[in-house]
Design a binder for this molecule. Structure first.
Ligand code: FES
Length: 121
């Protein structure tokens, strides 16, 4: 992983389907803020690592974002479930809200995250 200014670049092979996600720093949101990227059904998705319920990180163990069935992203604290491809919370205390998404593209075997693009939705 390479983080230069507003871009985080990851080799595509380091991001496997429904496997561990990768975390990166989001200095624009504060000294300790992080984002993460996962691959779901072949495509990469990146979000701010912050539950829509309480502003804490989702992963229970570094990089663990998926439920055991690998169908949702889950917040380790109170169990909110999010659709991996939309960030929409379908179950839990923040049902109906969503994770803040970050723009991510993939080409030439590289996943490129534009950390200047954090959505305010
Ligand atoms: S902090 Fe994530 S569900 Fe409560």
């Amino acid at each position: 992983m390479m983080q230069v200014e507003n871009t985080v670049t990851i080799n595509s092979e380091d991001l496997q389907n429904e496997a561990k996600g990768l975390r990166f720093a989001l200095p624009a949101l504060g000294e300790f803020a992080t984002g993460f990227v996962v691959r779901f059904r072949g495509k990469p998705y990146a979000y701010v690592n912050q539950c829509a319920h309480v502003s804490i990180e989702l992963d229970w163990d570094e990089g663990e974002f998926f439920t055991s069935q690998k169908d949702y992203l889950i917040c380790a604290t109170h169990g909110a479930h999010y659709q991996p491809d939309t960030g929409f919370c379908v179950m839990g205390p923040c049902k109906g809200k969503r994770l803040k998404s970050i723009e991510v593209t993939e080409h030439n075997q590289q996943v490129v995250i534009n950390i200047a693009s954090i959505s305010s939705k």
